[in-house]
Design a protein around this ligand. Structure first.
Ligand SMILES: [Zn+2]
Length: 215
């Protein structure tokens, strides 16, 4: 199954994607992680990413797509993948569809996680991230076992600079303009299911499982 977890920034796509990896036995594919890995490994494509990113330029879609093509052909992704945070534009969605079609595949399901702007702001301003291991907490929904300290590694919990109301509002505006139209693109293909993204992590996972026919 090729699956897109869709939703506004701060909806919890990444967290739910990680949970689905275990349930579906297919990998989560993150463009950010892939690009980082290529840059660190110093590959030819990694050097091209460097060229754009060090200058603060947008990485061209073709470059990201060629990386996707490679990743989708790896053994663990042959029977499907979970995408979150990509595609971000209708043009990227169309290119991704073509890439999958060339492999006899298609996006089988788009699960749209619906979360209000007020809820997203609440999540982000209450988010605390471990400085050492990157583990993420929410002060109410998923509090650390002892205040200010990571339950995984004992590291210090910090509020990241990007985790502000202003940043959430700006990202949400971009999302509404550029990314939300992807839903129309996939609704026309009949693969979109909307779920509420509000509640405990388990509640949301359960709804996503229903939406993809697992429960
Ligand atoms: Zn930690």
């Amino acid at each position: 199954m090729d699956l897109i977890l869709f939703g506004p920034p701060g909806a919890g796509k990444g967290t739910q994607a990680k949970r689905l990896v275990d349930l579906l036995k297919i990998p989560q594919i993150s463009t950010g992680d892939m690009m980082r890995a290529e840059r660190q490994a110093g590959t030819e494509i990694g050097k091209q990413f460097d060229h754009y990113m060090t200058q603060g330029l947008l990485v061209p879609d073709e470059l990201v797509l060629s990386l996707f093509g490679q990743r989708l052909s790896q053994p663990d992704a042959k029977s499907g993948a979970i995408l979150d945070g990509y595609p971000r534009t209708v043009a990227q969605a169309e290119a991704l569809d073509a890439l999958l079609a060339a492999r006899g595949r298609k996006i089988d399901r788009v699960v749209s996680m619906e979360v209000s702007l007020a809820e997203m702001i609440d999540r982000v301003v209450n988010r605390r991230t471990c400085e050492s291991c990157g583990h993420i907490y929410h002060l109410r929904y998923n509090p650390p076992p002892s205040p200010g300290l990571c339950g995984q590694c004992g590291g210090k919990l910090v509020q990241r600079k990007d985790d502000s109301e202003e940043v959430v509002r700006k990202r949400n505006q971009e999302y509404l303009e550029k990314t939300a139209p992807i839903l129309d693109h996939y609704t026309a293909k009949g693969v979109v299911k909307a779920v509420s993204g509000v509640g405990t992590l388990d509640d949301v996972t359960q709804r996503i499982k229903s939406a993809i026919g697992l429960a």
